[in-house]
Design a protein around this ligand. Sequence first.
Ligand SMILES: [Zn+2]
Length: 136
Amino acid sequence: MPVSVDEKCLRLTGDDGTSGTLLGMRCTECGIVVFGPATFCQSCSSPALEEIELATGGVLYSYTIVRVPPPGWPGPVPYVLGEVELPEGPHVLAEVIECTHDALQVGMPMTLALQPVSMPDVPGSERVVYKWRPAM
Ligand SMILES: [Zn+2]
């Protein structure tokens, strides 16, 4: 069975690790939605948060080309780190795949892409991670 890189941010919905949903928390007091776990609302400090499933796509808000990856980065370098704005409001940072650097445009529609990734020397280390790719 595939394992999510972070159960509080990504819920897998299939058995093959290619489908899933990003999770967020919505404040029942003011309606603000954040990506991932939270204890208090960032806007009004209310503890009345409920978990919601976020949209699987959004628009590219910003991006950067990363030439010096974090330690243990398993993918190619340089890579594109994209910030995607979801319709619910939160911004989600993840690698952008299947897009040449020239084709990147702020405002372009992006869709969630799930990929299993593992550390080369660590058996059983495979985790499903979320990335962005241009929406077709
Ligand atoms: Zn709030």
